[in-house]
Design a protein around this ligand. Structure first.
Ligand code: GAP
Length: 434
């Protein structure tokens, strides 16, 4: 279904329909930074909601945190990000373009100017650094977090002390992360400011294999539940030389993008690396007492981490299609109804029927469904617009509706049209959202 999608078509649709805008566009734009428009905001909210539901409906103990975006130097020193969070970069000495080494064959000419003289490979730390207050000394330096996870680790003791939880349990967070990517690209795929949904699952070392498998299965189920095509998802284990500095085992959930199989989510065994590091660097005991063995230990962590924006892009690729209906081309997003920004559109056949249609629209909106009333343009045009933003159904109010108290419901995917009673509209919507 997603085979007709290209990055150009997806980004053009996002702009045309107000899903996503280049940030500061009127000033020439800020590379790798985007603002999310009204419909995109609704989709991202739906994604967050589904993720939240997917991890809290399993009968497992999960607590939530909203950590600060700024962290002092000490945190990133302890976490290893100051030392290890680098990408290798290289510059063309002629046109001064900068590239990530792993994305370039340096035996070949510069893709921009065609020359072949390069600087040495240098390591580039991807964290955004800033200063707290007026002082420029190291002690006052701070960094925008490159992953949300560290705020969970540095609050581990606080959370254990203020909540009645026992190992195993999880701490989850949805929030912004920042990376000074050398070459931000592929639209929402590699951004400099983005949002992550991360779950850190704390457990005993012996239970790691069981929980690693459990979370891999649950994450697979999540993608299935939100309607992502199964054959476009695969799991790939990291080779030893790919592992992040904190990980002993990682399995990526990959999606088949038009630009290749790429990471959508990382599921990592972080061991007790982070708690060990923060214990050492802060001098605070972060261990947990085990009533059974009467000893203290640092729990191990399994992390599930996915970018909200990268998942948003994935969903758009997966849902995008083009077809021809009665000789007219249409672009359609086959979004899962729970992800769709607008759940239904209410369309009067002519403006003479606007008042009655609006009444119905208001009644449904009051029930909490995000719907739209749309009276402008031909009915065909209105259908096309809603197909393109992924609205699952349109209800059309016509002159017959005044007599039989029914509306015509048109399905975005099957194009089937049927008459249903106006008092059944709410039930109809409830059913498709289940
Ligand atoms: N805490 C672990 C961690 O941050 P990661 O593999 O670097 O691991 C996790 O990132 C997820 O965050 C990725 O799978 C991806 O979905 C998202 N992500 C990472 N960098 C991103 C970027 N520059 N732009 C958009 N999303 C990104």
């Amino acid at each position: 279904m997603a085979s007709k999608a290209t990055l150009e078509k997806i980004s053009a649709l996002c702009k045309r329909r107000g899903f996503v805008y280049q940030s500061a566009e009127i000033y020439g734009g800020l590379n790798g930074v985007y603002d999310i428009g009204p419909l995109g905001t609704l989709i991202k909210n739906n994604i967050r909601h589904e993720w939240h539901k997917s991890i809290t409906s399993l009968g497992k103990e999960i607590l939530f945190l909203e950590g600060a975006l700024l962290g002092p130097h000490a945190v990133w020193q302890a976490s290893g990000h100051i030392e290890h969070f680098h990408d290798p970069m290289i510059d063309c000495t002629t046109c001064k373009r900068r590239y990530r080494v792993d994305e370039l064959e340096i035996e070949r000419p510069c893709p921009h100017c065609g020359n072949t003289t390069w600087t040495d490979v240098r390591q580039f730390n991807m964290m955004f650094k800033t200063h707290i207050g007026a002082s420029a000394e190291t002690g006052a330096s701070a960094y925008l977090r490159p992953e949300t996870a560290q705020s969970i680790f540095i609050n581990f003791k606080n959370i254990m002390a203020t909540n009645r939880v026992k190992i195993p349990f999880g701490i989850a967070q949805i929030g912004k992360a920042f990376r000074n990517e050398i070459t931000p690209k592929q639209f929402l795929f590699r951004m400099r400011e983005f949002e992550q949904m991360e779950l850190e699952w704390f457990c005993k070392e012996n239970d790691v294999p069981e929980f690693f498998e459990f979370w891999c299965n649950e994450r697979k189920e999540f993608y299935n539940t939100i309607g992502i095509t199964t054959k476009n998802i695969r799991f790939r284990s990291h080779e030893k030389n790919e592992l992040a500095h904190y990980s002993t085992k990682t399995s990526d959930v990959e999606y088949s993008f038009p630009f290749g199989w790429k990471e959508l989510e990382g599921i990592a065994h972080r061991g007790n690396y982070d708690l060990t590091q923060h214990s050492k660097h802060s001098g605070k005991d972060l261990s947990v007492y085990d009533d059974e063995t009467k000893t203290s230990y640092l729990p191990h962590v399994i992390e599930c981490s996915v970018g909200v924006d990268r998942l948003f892009l994935t969903i758009l690729f997966d849902a995008y299609d083009e077809d021809t209906i009665e000789g007219q081309e249409r672009t359609v997003l086959h979004l899962h109804p729970r992800i769709a920004p607008i759940k239904a559109a209410f369309l009067p056949l002519t403006k003479k029927l606007s008042a009655q249609t609006k009444n119905l629209y208001h009644d449904i909106t009051k029930l909490g469904y995000k719907t739209e009333f749309d009276e402008s343009g031909s009915i065909g045009k209105r259908y096309r617009r809603h197909d393109e933003i992924g609205t699952p159904v349109c209800f059309t109010f016509d002159f017959e509706s005044l007599e039989d108290q029914c509306v015509t419901v048109r399905d975005r995917d099957t194009l089937k049209q049927e008459r249903i009673a106006i008092d059944q509209v709410a039930n109809y919507l409830k059913k498709i959202l289940e």
